[in-house]
Design a protein around this ligand. Structure first.
Ligand code: PLP
Length: 437
């Protein structure tokens, strides 16, 4: 459905028509098709700092940052240098290279509970492997995940909650046999009672609990006070593995991720996004006791042709070193600027009489088009997604590129300026006025 816009869109439209003839929906990841916001997808041709340009030469302030990885902004010179330097020596060997231990050292020193880490090529692989490892370690079959949390697209994780509390998950995608999700318990987020109930019902059968310690994938939804502590206590008592999926939150909500921010240590951590500095990487890690079950030391198999790829390791190292060296400057500034942005837009909505609520943890945030509060999938799904779609399109026309879904967190990065934020608030004022009209 073409939207009415003053922006030039001919080139993006032409590129989309071409791509759609060969690639399902024209995209290699569904949300890029802009399906839930009633707009035509953008084709991005370049980025610099906090801004991106599309194929029609429209410029946008970018609050996606490649869905999280680009906390240092687009085309960051140090990261580019590292990638170019590595590429000149060859792009892949399928053998060990020194940079793998460099990145491991950076990750392990930021996440003290981890003694060992294994690099893979995506967040999906990281969580899939961590769950396999938790099952290998506990010799149990069931896993607990929470509604609205996303951990990549492994079969056993593509589930919807059935009816009632602590029911077995039912497949959330075509192509996933019921048998593949029969050991997945899908529970409401921020509800410790449901977790207690599941452990009662499946005593000694639950291998792990996997959770986004700050949810980003139903929009930004923080854990309630004591929720993560509660999960830690229950899993410890039940000898079940607690997995923090920090693919989004690692090096984002604090240098040491949500586990540093809230001072709660899981048994396994999964990562991705920022640790690859914009190249494909994932990782999972934990104590040596658990990690030594991974092949070739132990019986749990996991491998990858391009795992530990030297370009990805170089980009990751360059990103993490900058974050480490500038963390006392970067994270407080991200928090302050994000606060100004989120409150500025919320105030503009209130002035225009538009009911929304917002959640934010550091530089991860969402404006939900519902009075709220949003604390789980039930409350998030009450959002007016039509209204969000109109807001999204109006913002795009004003040069602001938000995630094209009500249920995806937006991000601010180290290269966003106070001017970007002011322009975005001004754009929101105009967008809300148009929404009301
Ligand atoms: C993005 C994300 C994933 C999946 O990572 P991919 O690299 O897209 O496979 C898993 N978990 C969380 C929390 C994520 O945000």
């Amino acid at each position: 459905m073409p939207s009415i816009t003053s922006r030039k869109t001919e080139q993006s439209r032409r590129l989309q028509e071409r791509a759609a003839r060969m690639i399902p929906g024209g995209v290699n990841s569904p949300v890029r098709a802009f399906g839930s916001v009633g707009a035509e997808p953008l084709f991005i041709v370049r980025g610099k700092g906090s801004h991106v340009w599309d194929a029609d030469e429209n410029e946008y302030i970018d609050y996606i940052g490649s869905w999280g990885p680009l906390i240092l902004g687009h085309a960051e010179p140090g990261v580019l240098d590292a990638i170019l330097g590595a590429a000149c020596n060859g792009t892949s060997f399928g053998a060990s290279t020194p940079s793998e231990a460099d990145l491991a050292e950076l990750v392990l020193s930021a996440f003290p509970h981890m003694q060992k880490v294994r690099f893979v090529s995506s967040g999906t692989e990281a969580t899939m492997s961590a769950i396999r490892l938790a099952r290998a370690y506990t010799k149990r079959k069931f896993i607990v995940k929470f509604e609205g949390c996303y951990h990549g697209h492994a079969d056993c994780l593509l589930v919807k909650a059935g009816s009632g509390v602590a029911t077995l998950g039912i497949p959330g995608s075509a192509g996933v046999p019921e048998e593949f999700t029969q050991f997945t318990l899908a529970l409401p987020f921020n509800n410790l009672g449901a977790v207690e109930h599941a452990f009662h019902k499946f005593k000694h059968e639950i291998a792990c609990v996997i959770v986004e310690p700050v949810v980003g994938n139903m929009g930004c939804v923080p854990a309630a006070d004591d929720y993560l502590v509660g999960l830690r206590l229950i899993t410890e008592r039940e000898r079940s593995v607690l997995i923090f999926d920090e693919v989004m939150t690692g090096f984002r909500v604090a240098y040491g991720g949500a586990q540093e921010l809230y001072n709660i240590l899981p048994d396994l951590t999964t990562m991705g996004k920022i640790i690859g500095g914009g190249l494909p990487v994932g990782a999972y890690g934990g104590s040596s006791e658990i990690m030594d079950l991974v092949a070739p030391l132990g019986p749990m198999y996991q491998a990858g042709t391009l795992s530990g790829n030297p370009l990805a390791m170089a980009a990751g190292c360059a990103t993490l070193k900058q974050l480490r060296d500038r963390k006392s400057e970067i994270y407080p500034r991200l928090d302050k600027l994000s606060g100004e942005l989120v409150h500025g837009v919320a105030a503009a909505a209130q002035e225009a009489g538009i009911r929304l609520c917002h959640n934010r943890v550091g530089s991860m945030f969402t404006w939900f088009f519902t009075p709220g509060p949003v604390r789980d999938w039930d409350s998030a799904s009450k959002s007016n997604t039509d209204m969000f779609g109109r807001f999204f399109r109006a913002m795009l026309d004003h040069g602001v590129y938000l995630p094209p879904s009500q249920y995806e967190a937006a991000f601010l990065g180290a290269t966003h300026t106070a001017e970007d934020v002011q322009k975005t608030i001004t754009a929101a004022k105009e967008a809300f006025a148009a929404l009301r009209a």
